[in-house]
Write a protein that binds this ligand. Structure first.
Ligand SMILES: Cc1cc2nc3c(=O)[nH]c(=O)nc-3n(C[C@H](O)[C@H](O)[C@H](O)COP(=O)(O)OP(=O)(O)OC[C@H]3O[C@@H](n4cnc5c(N)ncnc54)[C@H](O)[C@@H]3O)c2cc1C
Length: 409
């Protein structure tokens, strides 16, 4: 049975483990942390990724932890007025074959870890910090920082935006700071005044800032992310800094009362300095020989299309599909030669890089539109009011990916 090694046990790494195990692989995951955990913040899951998670048999488990917001609304952060809306709920499920959901990262990550823990073809190795990889004629040898090694047929580099493996394989430096800071908080809805509770996804757009809020944990909690321009000192690769709520309140002082009230009602914020790479330039950035790069290791992006984890999950499904179609996991399969494995991973890379590059670029463009000032922001608001749903619905994104919506739906 082909042995897949996976570096990184984030949402991308665990998704790759599940996708590959489902089609017959033996999988070993190496995560540097001592416990599997995800810092408490939310993510949105569009129908493109919900289709994949449902395909993996997670529909019933997801229903216990996600929220299904009925509507996405875009508002002006200065006036508070609504600029446009997109119907989610049944409407989106009908159009795209799965609903739009929102979830606590820890819930999604925990669900993946729990599902993998039930399988005897998957081994999850904590405190397994990866130092590098060596490709041999017959496979890959993973080197851990504790001097141990592991051998497999291929390696999935899912070690995040600051990937050690990418730096070894592609030698293209580290991600660059965007000058944008993400303040993130999660608050019990019942602890908020009634006018601040919400079961919708709301994006507030303002000059050099935007705020996104949505329900998670079956709607009991509200996840809030405020993006402002600014810098932090110190290690940019460290995601989770504690934040000074007063800095955020100051940055929000010119916004509408609803938004100021929301920011004031939350005491505890965490701070993420956002770093990125330019959008992918070719398949060579997604696979090198017997190593497939996946998720943020391959295509870190600003979160302004809410699709970073989604693309990691899509990568996982696409990779498993290519390997299964190539017969790598068939019970009678012989050892796959290096050339044959490299060809399969090249297929994966060729399939994935254009979509990932497109998503990275659209997310960057959204940042410019969301944070527009002066005349440009007036134009944005006018177009949004005029086109509304036609602008906010994204069939190329929600209908695409490794499990596209059937054309005759
Ligand atoms: C503010 C914000 C909001 C977001 N909102 C959304 C959203 O709504 N929807 C969405 O889809 N995405 C969203 N994202 C993006 C999403 O969080 C990321 O794209 C996603 O988590 C990437 O997953 P990953 O597994 O590739 O990387 P990571 O989550 O970074 O996981 C990498 C893992 O590898 C481990 N690791 C690192 N180095 C090593 C090593 N040397 N050896 C072993 N293990 C190692 C790390 O400990 C970690 O567990 C958002 C991001 C931010 C910052």
């Amino acid at each position: 049975m082909a042995h897949v090694l996976i570096a990184g046990g984030g949402i991308g790494g665990l998704s790759a483990a599940l996708a590959c195990a489902r089609v017959g692989a033996r999988v070993s995951v190496f995560e540097r942390s001592a416990v599997f955990s995800e810092v408490g913040a939310g993510i949105q899951l569009g129908p493109n990724v919900m289709r994949v998670l449902y395909h993996w048999g997670l529909k019933a488990a997801l229903a216990q932890v996600v929220a299904f917001p009925e509507r996405l609304q875009v508002c002006c952060a200065l006036s508070g007025g609504e600029l446009g809306t997109l119907r989610l709920g049944c409407d989106m499920a009908r159009r795209y074959g799965a609903p739009y959901a929102t979830v606590r990262r820890a819930d999604l990550h925990g669900l993946l870890a729990h599902t993998l823990g039930l399988r005897d073809d998957v081994s999850l190795n904590l405190s397994g910090s990866v130092a590098g990889v060596r490709q041999t004629g017959s496979g890959v040898m993973l080197q851990l920082t504790n001097a141990q090694t592991a051998e497999g047929d291929l390696l999935v580099a899912a070690d995040g935006g600051w990937s050690t493996l990418r730096q070894q394989l592609l030698k293209d430096g580290t991600p660059q700071p965007t000058g944008h800071l993400a303040y993130r908080a999660m608050v019990l809805q019942s602890s908020l005044p009634a006018h601040l509770r919400s079961q919708r996804v709301t994006a507030w757009l303002g000059p050099r800032l935007h705020v996104v809020q949505y329900p998670v944990a079956s709607g009991e909690w509200l996840n809030v992310v405020a993006i402002v321009h600014g810098k932090v000192q110190g290690d940019m690769s460290h995601w989770d800094h504690s934040a000074n709520a007063q800095d955020l309140q100051l940055a929000m002082s010119g916004t509408c009362a609803q938004l100021r009230d929301l920011v004031h009602a939350i005491d505890s914020w965490r701070l993420w300095p956002l770093s990125i790479r330019v959008p992918m330039l070719g398949a060579y950035q997604h696979a090198v020989g017997r190593v497939a790069l996946l998720g943020d290791a391959a295509h870190p992006m600003v979160p302004y299309l809410a699709q970073g984890a989604a693309m990691a999950i899509e990568d996982a499904q696409a990779l498993a599909q290519v390997l299964a179609d190539g017969g790598v996991f068939a019970p009678d399969s012989q050892t796959t030669t290096s050339d044959a494995m490299a060809d399969l991973l090249h297929d994966y890379a060729s399939q994935r890089w254009p979509r990932n590059a497109h998503v990275q670029a659209r997310a960057l463009r959204n940042g410019e539109i969301f944070h527009a000032t002066g005349v440009v922001s007036w134009g944005r608001n006018a177009v949004m009011r005029l086109l509304g749903e036609r602008l906010l619905d994204l069939p190329w994104l929600y209908g695409g990916g490794p499990l596209p919506v059937a054309a005759d739906r």
